[in-house]
Design a protein around this ligand. Structure first.
Ligand SMILES: NC(=O)c1ccc[n+]([C@@H]2O[C@H](COP(=O)([O-])OP(=O)(O)OC[C@H]3O[C@@H](n4cnc5c(N)ncnc54)[C@H](OP(=O)(O)O)[C@@H]3O)[C@@H](O)[C@H]2O)c1
Length: 278
């Protein structure tokens, strides 16, 4: 997709054929109240993708807010227009993964999960592959539509692919932004049909004052957050900025009336410092 044709409705086609909205709302560190409000505001603003996790302890609040919106008599959309992702907190074996999937499904109350990720590779090879077995079975049962991983290094992905899985991962969600570019991992994932999704696309608000970000923001009459979101989208990454503020939720989706040019993109890519955000 060319940068000029991007919009809030843009979806990427994953290797399993499913479509994922390119921009979504991250809900990490939101209390239930914050999540209820933020999800409702995001839906009003046109977001259709929500990135949740067992670890965030707000799956119920996020799912309920989505269902409340869908149940509004004048609601213009249906469940199938929403993309809900959640993640397995820990690799504790096959039975534990089965239990987690079932609990996540029950908590969100959405009938199915659009994308289910292994949150992190911790736990060792045997446990990672046991989790994957449980996840594949849930996909075969229709409980989960799509499957993927998060925070996987190349060797973890290779290990999974070498196990000759029935369902290959469609996504690797990693911290990814100009200060953590991971170009080799991106290339490896893409060559294996795995889309990159970036968490921390706003660098967790830690680099808004960087002179290059400020200069590019000024050039496009945009905010630093909007520059970072545009960068991610133009790199072709699925992007899930988090905000609990109504205005910032709107601001983060208001990124389709300008375009970064190649010198901007090159300058942003040159900022890589392998920054691990706190
Ligand atoms: N797979 C993983 O291991 C993993 C790890 C971390 C995160 N994630 C996912 O990725 C999502 C995004 O990452 P993140 O939450 O860590 O960080 P982020 O989206 O890079 O940054 C969020 C921070 O930026 C602030 N912010 C948001 N919009 C802003 C704006 N327009 N102007 C100024 N400040 C703004 C937020 O504050 P306010 O909320 O007050 O606006 C918050 O402090 C998470 O919510 C989660 O869904 C996944």
């Amino acid at each position: 997709m060319s940068a000029t044709t991007l919009s809030l409705e843009s979806r990427a086609k994953l290797s399993d054929g499913n479509l994922i909205p390119r921009l979504g709302l991250g809900v990490y560190e939101m209390t239930d109240n914050e999540a209820s409000r933020a999800v409702a505001w995001a839906l009003e603003a046109g977001y259709r993708h929500f990135d949740c996790a067992e670890w965030y302890y707000n799956e119920q609040a996020v799912g309920s807010a989505i269902n409340r919106f869908l149940e509004t008599p004048s609601c213009p959309i249906k469940r199938s227009d929403i993309f809900y992702c959640t993640k397995l907190q820990s690799n504790n074996g096959y039975d534990a993964a089965k239990r987690s999937i079932s609990q996540s499904l029950q908590k969100c109350g959405l009938g199915y999960i659009d994308l289910y990720l292994i949150h992190s590779p911790y736990g060792g090879k045997a446990k990672r592959l046991e989790s994957w077995k449980a996840i594949q079975e849930a996909k075969d049962q229709g409980l989960i539509k799509g499957v993927g991983v998060s925070n996987y290094a190349q060797r973890h992905i290779q290990e999974l692919l070498d196990s000759n899985p029935k369902h290959r991962p469609t996504i690797n969600q990693c911290d990814l932004h100009p200060f953590m570019a991971r170009l080799q991992l991106v290339e490896f994932c893409r060559s294996n049909g795995i889309e990159m999704e970036c968490w921390g696309p706003l660098v967790r608000a830690e680099r808004f004052g960087h002179p290059v970000i400020l200069q590019i923001a000024k050039k496009h009459s945009a905010t630093p957050a909007q520059v970072l979101i545009r960068f991610s989208l133009q790199r072709g990454y699925i992007t899930i900025p988090k905000s609990v503020s109504r205005d910032r939720i709107k601001e983060n989706a208001d990124v389709f009336n300008f375009q970064l040019d190649q010198p901007d993109m090159d300058q942003l890519l040159s900022l890589d410092e392998y920054l691990v955000t706190e």
